[in-house]
Design a protein around this ligand. Sequence first.
Ligand SMILES: O=C(O)CCC(=O)C(=O)O
Ligand SMILES: [Fe+2]
Length: 308
Amino acid sequence: MKLSAKQIAKFEEDGFLILENVLSDAELLPVEAGITAWIDKKARDLQAGGHLKNLHEHEDFAHRYARIYAECRDIGGGLDLMHSYIPELFAFLRNPKLMETVKGLVGPEILCNPIQHLRAKPPAQGIADGQKMNVPWHQDSAVTWEEADRSNIVTTWIPLVNTNAQNGCMEVIPGAHKLGQLEHQAEGGTMIKPEVMPATKPVRAEIPRGGLIFMSRFTPHRSTDNMTDGVRWSLDLRYQPVGQPTGRPFHPAFVTYSESNPASVLTSCDEWKRMWKDALELAKGIPWHRTAPMEKRRQAMATAGLTY
Ligand SMILES: O=C(O)CCC(=O)C(=O)O
Ligand SMILES: [Fe+2]
């Protein structure tokens, strides 16, 4: 799906663009199967270790993880992309339909930014605030280092289930990206300082499975409680032009689409895994967000033997 000039202009005006019917079952079912296989293995390991009674095998994608999680929080440990290395998910990162759409905003040389997450947002009922996986109002630029201030990083948020107010969909503030970088505080989870929070009414981004939302790096957004009994599954990926700083100089980025040099696209999941393992080992202790003092970040880079 190629973006129209009108859609691109809307993204530039609002700071976000919601699309429906971009991805079909052909794109999403393999991803779901990869995640399910990972959950199944983890659940069996937890059961073997005496931490989980029931495997909840007959529950669907939205409910199985929720049931297991209610019994055993450890199910989520290691699920995120850079720890689980689920091959179907790695392949999805360069999915042709996705790339064609992203190209409209990023151009024909696309780099997958290392800030990439798989989120299993559990039912909020009965769990502590810290486990609800809500994110307070923030701009994604605030979770990068300043080196990426001029990088065109486009957050690509993809639900794997229908998302709505009930299950804690995203909310975005239209037009507020034009304010540029707002000051954030570390308290409360990297969030926009209340005194600089834009007054514009937020838009609720209710996105069905198959759709997605693109956001600029300066678009304020948040998500709220999942009030349903199923998991709000989503992926948040970030794409940018090749050659621009990623804002995480200690984590690996890789090319997912290139018209000038197609051979530069990374297609080896093993290589991706190796890059992440090496980086996570080397970069231990380096603060990821710019809310940490620069001096502290520089020192941590030096300790890791990385020049910055
Ligand atoms: O998935 C969510 O609830 C929040 C994700 C987010 O902040 C992002 O994708 O940048
Ligand atoms: Fe975000």
